[in-house]
Design a protein around this ligand. Structure first.
Ligand code: GLY
Length: 379
């Protein structure tokens, strides 16, 4: 189990990296993945940029250093311009982008630009909802025949909609989120409680068609990060819906993930791979899952809460021991992530394999923050 001292040490290391980065990334963003463990400055034009801003907000909460707040607020301006100019926003990742940047700005420092910008993003997200089928289309132009599908990652984008309903008192956002959640849980979770990455629907009738992978090893395998998005997604679904079904599914989806972990508790990039093979690990899946367990633990009976909290702290210990960079090794916070790895059966090419990935860095810092203080969630 991780000790308080280890947590504080890991936070100090992460904050020092972020502090050193501030002048290098002024007006820029860290991209989705590092190259040889170093991120180069990039524009605000990917689905991942919010994870950089989210790190600045966490760093500000942990240190109260003005420089982190100023950097985060500069990002908020960039996100406002991005949604106005519609730069790469024809997809569902409005939550990853706008919750961690703009909702956080509103929640933490009452930034009005953050609030109005996040509401624009929420409008954009519900514009991708298909009434027939009851889901938010993940990728591609709205209505595109080859992309009539939802993906498990989207559970993480729905808190933006619940927030928008609370802010505006307009139920339409939460209604879309509720329907999308029900459709996701009904179709994405297999009988053994592993999960599909994506699920297609008939474009004419909306009837569920089939589960297909994009980033997992194959259609029938459990992509590790998808399973982790499912774990945290179920915790957030429960937070906003209070539907007991989410708790039951959380146990099952989480236990499937835990039963497939190798001895150091950090998943391979697909849960089909276990101890004794040469596939890369995806440390980002480990920290996403651990954050989800800590969030859900707040709502569980004591014995279950203690169990999942213990597991989360064991994962944290393993990461702190072997997955964070030594000085001079990286400008990321977490090593050994996988963005996408090609297989004979999936649809991606190699990208960010055994690298830092920006969401891995974010969730590592969120995990440490959760373990160091009574953290109020941005999601
Ligand atoms: N949401 C895309 C990914 O996890 O790679």
């Amino acid at each position: 189990m991780i000790t308080k001292k280890e947590i504080n040490q890991a936070i100090t290391t992460a904050i020092q990296t972020l502090r050193e980065d501030l002048p290098i990334f002024k007006g820029k963003f860290k991209p989705a993945a590092s190259k040889d463990n170093y991120y180069a400055p990039a524009e605000n034009d990917d689905w991942t940029n919010g994870f950089h801003t989210g790190q600045y907000w966490l760093a500000w909460e942990l240190t109260r250093e003005d420089a982190f707040k100023e950097a985060a607020l500069a990002h908020v301006e960039s996100f406002r311009q991005r949604i106005i100019d519609r730069v790469v926003v024809d997809h569902h990742d409005m939550g990853f982008l706008y919750t961690l940047s703009c909702v956080a700005a509103w929640r933490l420092v009452g930034c009005e630009t953050g609030r109005t910008t996040a509401l624009m993003a929420a409008d954009n997200l519900i514009s991708r909802f298909h009434k027939k089928g009851g889901f938010i289309q993940a990728w591609g132009a709205y209505g595109a025949e080859d992309n009539h599908r939802l993906i498990i990652d989207c559970l993480m984008n729905l808190p933006l909609l619940y927030w928008a309903t609370t802010e505006t008192s307009d139920p339409k956002y939460a209604e879309v989120a509720d329907i999308h959640t029900a459709t996701s849980l009904q179709n994405l979770i297999r009988e053994d409680h592993s999960t599909y990455h994506t699920y297609y629907f008939d474009i004419n009738t909306g009837a569920p068609l089939k589960g297909v992978t994009a980033q997992g090893y194959k259609d029938s395998s459990p992509w590790a990060r998808g399973q982790a998005w499912g774990i945290y997604g179920l915790a957030l679904s429960y937070l906003y819906t209070k539907d007991p079904k989410c708790i039951d599914l959380f146990y099952k989806v989480t236990d499937f993930f835990l039963n497939r972990l190798p001895s150091d508790m950090v998943a391979y990039w697909d849960l089909d791979f276990t101890d004794g093979n040469n596939e890369p690990k995806d440390s980002s899946a480990a920290v996403i899952a651990a954050c989800g367990m800590l969030e859900m633990a707040k709502h569980l009976p004591k014995d279950k809460a203690d169990h999942y909290t213990l597991v989360a702290t064991q994962i944290t210990h393993s990461i702190a021991q072997n997955y964070i960079p030594n000085p001079g090794e990286s400008n990321g916070l977490l090593l050994h992530g996988v963005y996408a790895k090609a297989s004979p059966y999936n649809t991606v090419s190699n990208s960010g394999v055994d690298e830092c990935v920006i969401w891995g860095d974010y969730f590592w810092l969120e995990l440490l923050t959760r373990l160091s203080k009574d953290w109020k969630i941005y999601w």
